[in-house]
Ligand binder design. Structure first.
Ligand code: ADP
Length: 532
């Protein structure tokens, strides 16, 4: 017992907090590793997207620079007219986005445009560009050495974006600047579609935004961590290409779904574990309560055994000593010895029957019996005690009561227990009534006393083993708390039940019911009254 309670305490104070802690730690670790895994997955998607966007940017840069390279070869300032004519011949094929080429004499004081070749028929736009070049573009160009280097200027003037490629050439002691004017609108229409189409093994969505964040090409993309952007390196360097892998969106959705699932699973397992803990705690509390009740029971039974035994012994010794003078007294003492021995026997029988029930060994032998006869025998067994306490036992059996399939001895024990309680707990009552009626295929045996009744909160509990009610505790009535549990077991074994009603302010009415068997008996039995 002591070891058991030490173990319980150990479980309660050490194991339970440890369990709760481990559940929390486990939950934390699961969440953390889930998030880490997700972050890793995200990072690998970002890296893949970055590689893709770089490849696209480089490819586009390269296509512009390749056109510039053709022009670098072709444009010879000292033979500018021939060069321009040559270029116009191959322009559509080899430099599709170059709209015009210009040569500026940097050695002259006012730096005039000495050659202007345009793919379109001369118009106001070309003229506007020429003026823009001299006024705004030239001052922005980097003309410091190395001179032959190919450079680009990407800028907006007004609401139009301009891209020019330029390089310097020295010839005949003069310095020239060759400028290729790329048509940005053409780049957008002719080259950008290839950004979205080519070279993608993975499904992706691409757009290009300008320095103000306005979309120049492509659809709007969600600005999440999984959309990756990179500016052009050398050509359209004010603009940024954004790529979002379609897979990344699916991945994000899948990750969200997985997160919900993981969270629900972890939550569920935590709830199950905590639920299990609550069940264990409840079971421990129940066991502790039962252990309490059991030790009370042992004390009660020992006490119940001791009292009649000492009476038997005392009156036995008195008779043995020969000091009892009158025959009447002798008879009285003998009577006490007999009735106390009977009580002792009944108690031991109760305990033994209860032990059988507890071990699951209780066996019943059912046979068709007249209920009135069984009840009469039970009343007879309590007769002496009722006489001694000056109470009347009234047995009232309905004349047309049908027989029942029952275990005679068990029903007798059940009824004796009920009568015994009625005598015990109603010390001031004058009468205990036992009635038997048939109702809806059941026989109802009622044991009615004039005692204190049963407190409403006790009415269900008192049928549990070892439980004693307020009426017992308050009045210090002897008992062991197994009588009604035994009656309940017997009633249920007969397909019936035991309940208690306390109709008025005082008095209890225990109702033992079990199945009847067949039609009413032919010869009605008379109601019987036992007088004290
Ligand atoms: P015991 O009588 O040994 O305590 P029982 O199982 O027979 O055990 O009864 C359980 C409890 O029910 C009793 O302790 C008592 O409080 C209550 N009880 C039983 N019968 C009566 C009754 N006739 N009147 C009042 N209380 C009763």
């Amino acid at each position: 017992m002591a070891e058991g309670s030490r173990r319980e305490r150990w479980i309660t104070f050490l194991l339970l907090p440890a369990l709760v802690l481990s559940v929390l730690v486990l939950t934390g670790i699961t969440f953390r590793s889930g998030f880490q895994l997700e972050r890793l997955r995200e990072r690998s998607v970002v890296e893949a997207t970055l590689a893709l966007v770089s490849e696209k940017v480089d490819r586009l840069d390269k296509r512009i620079v390749e056109q510039d390279a053709v022009l670098v070869q072709l444009m010879v300032p000292e033979e500018r007219d021939v060069s321009s004519a040559e270029w116009l011949k191959i322009a559509a094929r080899q430099t599709p986005t170059v709209r015009a080429t210009l040569i500026v004499d940097l050695s002259a004081k006012d730096q005039p445009v000495i050659s202007f070749a345009s793919r379109s028929a001369a118009g106001p736009e070309d003229e506007r560009f020429r003026r823009l070049l001299i006024r705004s573009i030239l001052p922005e160009l980097k003309l410091e050495p190395p001179r032959g280097e190919l450079r680009h200027l990407h800028r907006s003037f007004g609401d139009q974006s301009y891209l020019v490629s330029y390089w310097q050439r020295d010839a005949d002691g003069r310095r020239y600047l060759v400028v290729a004017w790329h048509d940005v609108a053409r780049i957008v229409h002719e080259l950008f579609p290839s950004l979205a189409e080519r070279g993608d093994r993975q499904q992706s969505r691409v757009n290009v935004v300008d320095e103000e964040g306005r979309i120049v090409f492509g659809p709007p993309l969600s600005r999440g961590g999984l959309t990756v952007g990179r500016a052009f390196d050398s050509t359209l360097y004010k603009w940024t290409v954004n790529v979002s892998l379609s897979a990344s969106e699916e991945l994000a959705e899948a990750a969200a779904r997985r997160r919900v699932l993981e969270m629900s699973l972890v939550g569920l397992s935590a709830a199950v574990t905590l639920g299990g803990l609550v069940v264990i705690l409840l079971a421990l509390a129940r066991e502790r309560k039962l252990a309490h009740l059991k030790s009370d029971f042992i004390a009660n039974v020992s006490h119940e055994l001791k009292t009649p035994l000492s009476l038997v012994r005392m009156f036995g010794e008195l008779l043995q000593s020969g000091r009892v003078d009158t025959e009447a007294k002798r008879q009285q003492y003998l009577q006490i010895i007999v009735s106390e021995s009977e009580r002792l026997g009944a108690l031991i029988e109760n305990v033994l029957d209860f032990a059988k029930v507890e071990r699951g060994h209780a066996g019943y032998e059912f046979s068709r019996r007249q209920v009135g006869e069984v009840l009469a025998r039970a009343v007879d067994a309590c007769h002496l005690r009722a006489d001694r306490e000056g109470k009347r036992l009234v047995l009232d059996v309905a004349p047309d009561l049908p027989p029942a399939n029952l275990d005679e001895r068990a029903i007798e024990i059940a009824v004796i227990n009920l009568i015994d309680n009625a005598l015990k707990y109603a010390p001031d009552g004058e009468q205990v009534t036992i009635t038997a009626r048939e109702r809806g295929g059941f026989i109802e045996v009622r044991v009615i006393d004039q005692g204190p009744g049963i407190a409403p909160e006790d009415r269900r509990r008192i049928f549990e083993r070892f439980v004693r009610g307020k009426s017992a505790a308050g009045r210090q009535v002897r008992g062991s708390g197994i009588g009604l549990a035994l009656v309940k077991h017997i009633a249920e074994a007969h397909g019936g039940s035991i309940t208690v009603e306390s109709p008025g302010l005082s008095g209890s009415e225990f109702v033992l019911s079990f199945r009847s068997a067949g039609p009413p008996r032919a010869r009605p039995s008379a109601a019987r009254v036992e007088e004290p």
